[in-house]
Design a protein around this ligand. Structure first.
Ligand SMILES: *Cc1c(COP(=O)(O)O)cnc(C)c1O
Length: 442
């Protein structure tokens, strides 16, 4: 599969090069230029197929010559030591739990695949020598730990995490590069936007980027985004014998990574009728999703909500989203259904999920459930909706206790995620600061 920039100037590059470079030379973001048809592979898969098997079978098609079936199986096995869990709730709803990874958020899936894949790509074929790469990512809260866990102990990879000026959570000191690990947490005196901007700048500083073989594990990297399409395919193969009629997914959306991954799954040939884009009140993109011109998107001020991972006003995938709309506006309008859910409705949905199905949803999953309920209440709807549960409910145990009267047990792997850690360096939000902080580590 070939990738080109959303601004289309240079010839397309192979998936491998898109992953190692992360951002196209001419600007924009990488998007697939040609699309794999995965139908022959997943149409015959069924309930018994494991997530590892499915990922190993479809990955070589996405990578063509760059990943043979043997390598793909190795990557899938090393990445996915945890699985998505699809639970059918009734005729209308299923829930897809994506929180069984090391840090309890769906981001563990994309990060784990990218980490295992990079390790495989860097492993020096004939020469036997492993080349080195530096993965620089911007994160806040637990998203950074998710990346750190995915990359820890990966051979040939050092990972620098840029945190905004707020506490760095959940990192273990033993994993730091200075202590023999491979993580460099760097606090940036600025916001998440500053951190993201720095990543663009450092990748475009070619001498530096080539010297350290810099790439990123943020969703700007297609190697993290594309594997997220695997769990949509996985839901389909688990459900296809059980349901008839329409299939939809309800996606709690902030940066629209999962939405784009779902749209890729559709492009790869998965039969699906629509995606519900479940947002909280930070919903500046609703009008665009309904068909208004991008120029009319008016970013509103950010409102803090009970579903903080959806509190996004400048989604990092907006260029990819716009590229989808540009290529087929009518299809997008018939397939993508924005819904906005306020805090009160979110908490009511947590309660409803508990009372009706005996399941705990975190607030992000609850936003998706509330949006799905609205769709299902449409008179002419008679399909099945898969609700993406993107975060572990135990991370919101106070809320869970409030709605259910039950205190959730926090799994051991999640217990330390709230602990504050020390940065290895602290910098001003400028390129020079970042580059000297990195150079100082070697
Ligand atoms: C990151 C995150 C989201 C938002 O996903 P996008 O792909 O950025 O839209 C939703 N829920 C949780 C728990 C998250 O951590």
């Amino acid at each position: 599969m070939y990738f080109s920039s959303t601004v289309h100037k240079n010839p397309p590059v192979l998936f491998k090069d898109a992953i190692l470079r992360c951002l196209p030379e001419e600007g924009g973001l990488y998007v697939p230029e040609t699309l794999a048809d995965l139908r022959p592979f997943f149409l015959h898969m069924g309930e018994e197929t494991t997530y590892q098997e499915m990922a190993a079978a479809v990955a070589p098609l996405l990578f063509e010559g760059d990943l043979n079936p043997l390598s793909a199986a190795r990557v899938a096995k090393s990445a996915f030591t945890f699985d998505p869990e699809l639970i059918q709730l009734d005729e209308t709803f299923s829930v897809l739990n994506l929180y069984n990874g090391p840090t309890g958020i769906f981001k563990d899936f994309g990060a784990a695949f990218l980490a295992a894949l990079l390790e495989e790509l860097l492993r020096g074929g004939k020469t036997g020598k492993t080349s080195e790469a530096m993965v620089i990512s911007a994160a806040r809260g637990n998203s950074g730990v998710s990346i750190a866990r995915a990359f820890e102990n990966r051979e040939g990879i050092v990972t620098a995490l840029l945190y905004p000026n707020e506490p760095i959570l959940g990192l273990k000191k033993a994993g730091y590069l200075s202590q023999g690990g491979n993580v460099i947490p760097i606090r940036v005196r600025g916001g998440l936007d500053d951190c993201q901007k720095l990543i663009g700048e450092v990748i475009y500083d070619r001498p530096f980027a080539e010297r350290y073989q810099v790439t990123s594990a943020n969703a700007i990297n297609p190697g993290r985004l594309l594997p997220q399409s695997f769990y949509f395919l996985y839901s389909f193969i688990k459900l296809k014998k059980r349901i008839s009629g329409e299939l939809m997914f309800s996606i709690p959306s902030g940066n629209f990574g999962n939405l784009i991954a779902g749209l890729y799954a559709w492009k790869f040939g998965m039969p699906v009728n629509g995606y519900i884009v479940a947002m909280n009140m930070n919903n500046s993109f609703s009008e665009f999703l309904k068909g208004e011109a991008p120029a009319d998107i008016k970013p509103r001020a950010l409102v803090p909500t009970v579903s903080p991972a959806l509190d996004v006003i400048r989604p990092s995938n907006r260029e990819r989203l716009m590229a989808f709309y540009e290529s087929a506006p009518a299809v997008m309008r018939n397939m993508v259904f924005p819904e906005s859910v306020d805090d009160e409705t979110t908490i009511a949905a947590m309660e409803k999920a508990w009372i009706r199905y005996g399941i705990h949803l975190d607030p992000h999953g609850a936003v998706a459930y509330a949006a799905a309920e609205r769709m299902a209440a449409n008179r002419d709807f008679n399909g099945h909706i898969v609700i993406l549960a993107t975060g572990h409910p135990a991370k919101y145990s106070d809320l869970a206790a409030r709605v259910s009267g039950e205190r959730l047990v926090t799994p051991e792997r999640l217990a330390s995620l709230g602990q504050e850690a020390e940065p290895a360096a602290e910098i001003e939000p400028d390129l020079e600061g970042l580059e000297s902080a990195i150079a100082a580590c070697f």
